[in-house]
Design a binder for this molecule. Structure first.
Ligand SMILES: C[S@@+](CC[C@H](N)C(=O)[O-])C[C@H]1O[C@@H](n2cnc3c(N)ncnc32)[C@H](O)[C@@H]1O
Length: 330
């Protein structure tokens, strides 16, 4: 798996983030509605804000998923010798699995156990990897800065001995076609016997869903608005000002998803000279910054089966809020 090697982000024309964001804007910002992929939430500030979100009363997914991981850590780790985690962030929840890898029943048989967290959020990933290196001296910790939607084979580790984690409900941030493309790619980069764990949020009372994405303290609002700062700093533009927008989270029942929007509070005109494009928004029009798809029971594991992954286990937390699918490559 290849990734970028740099240890700090830079901006300016030579910055790969600039060309990647320009490409994303070309693709989605001049359509109706304008959209920006959620990866642009996660500069260092955005990643730290997301970490704050995971501790909010309203944001149940992290606690519920951690509950499942704690209860099922042994069968999840099994005899894997490499854990690859996609979109690992601060790697907080993963520690219960690393505890098993480093000290569980099969630990002695894993002479070369390693953990490969993958993320685009450079500082947060490298900080987490440094801490884990100190906490787990017996594990190889190999952070990779890469886009999880475009992984190059081979994945690190012995074919058939890998466990790939995709936690946090991040799978819900893909549109339907993107999710299909992602699962297809995962099947290509994984080998028979490799296992995949996907955490996914379950459909529930819309009021609870909305408050999970629109908390009383306004942390999610700040997380959403921060994306505008990332854009303004990463690509050349004029007229983009966070004070012209407000955060909004809505439940789209037809698509079974929460949508996060940045809604213009006045008429806005944003010029992008390097793109040769202008985007206008009338007051009340919005930019869609995230979708968070919510699934019913077996839907995701059935979809995984259609991509060559056989079901090993499907768990939910006690309250039935969040699901975890464990599948193996046929
Ligand atoms: C919703 S957070 C989940 C973090 C963590 N896995 C958890 O469960 O709490 C999404 C994570 O994926 C990362 N991410 C988002 N888009 C990405 C992409 N295209 N490539 C790599 N990492 C990405 C973000 O930086 C962030 O750490």
């Amino acid at each position: 798996m290849t990734g970028r090697e740099e240890t700090a982000t830079t901006t300016g024309p030579a910055d790969p983030d600039t060309s990647a964001l320009e490409a994303d804007l070309r693709e989605g910002f001049f359509t109706d509605p304008p959209t920006v992929p959620p990866r642009w939430f996660y500069d260092e500030k955005g990643s730290l804000l997301f970490d704050d979100i995971t501790r909010l009363d309203e944001y149940y997914p992290t606690r519920r998923e951690a509950e499942i991981l704690r209860a099922r850590a042994e069968p999840i780790v099994g005899s894997s010798t490499t854990i690859v985690e996609l979109g690992a962030g601060t790697c907080t929840k993963t520690r219960v699995l690393l505890d098993v890898m480093a000290g569980g029943a099969d630990a002695d048989s894993r002479s070369e156990a390693r953990y490969v967290p993958v993320d685009i959020s450079v500082e947060v990933l490298l900080d987490a990897a440094r801490s884990l290196g100190e906490e787990y001296p017996g594990l190889e910790i190999e952070p990779v800065i890469a886009d999880l939607t475009a992984l190059d084979p081979p994945l690190p580790g012995e074919p058939g001995q890998r466990l790939v984690l995709f936690l946090g409900g991040t799978v819900g941030n893909f549109g339907e076609a993107q999710r299909t493309g992602f699962l297809r790619m995962m099947r290509e980069v994984m080998a028979p016997g490799d296992r995949l764990v996907v955490g996914f949020d379950l459909v529930k009372d819309p009021a609870r869903l909305v408050s999970a994405y629109d908390d009383a303290a306004g942390v999610t609002a700040e997380f959403n608005l921060n994306m505008l700062d990332v854009i303004a700093r990463t690509v050349e533009c004029t007229g983009l000002d966070r004070r012209d927008f407000r955060h909004e989270a809505v439940w789209n029942a037809g698509e079974s998803r929460i949508e996060m929007w940045l809604r213009a509070v006045r008429d806005v005109r944003i010029d992008f000279p390097t793109l040769g494009r202008t985007r206008t928004l009338a007051a009340g029009e919005g930019i869609r910054t995230e979708i968070a798809r919510k699934f019913h029971g077996d839907a995701l594991i059935d979809e995984l089966a259609g991509h060559g992954f056989s079901r090993e286990a499907l768990w939910a937390d006690e309250g039935g809020d969040f699901g975890l699918a464990l599948v193996v490559v046929d």
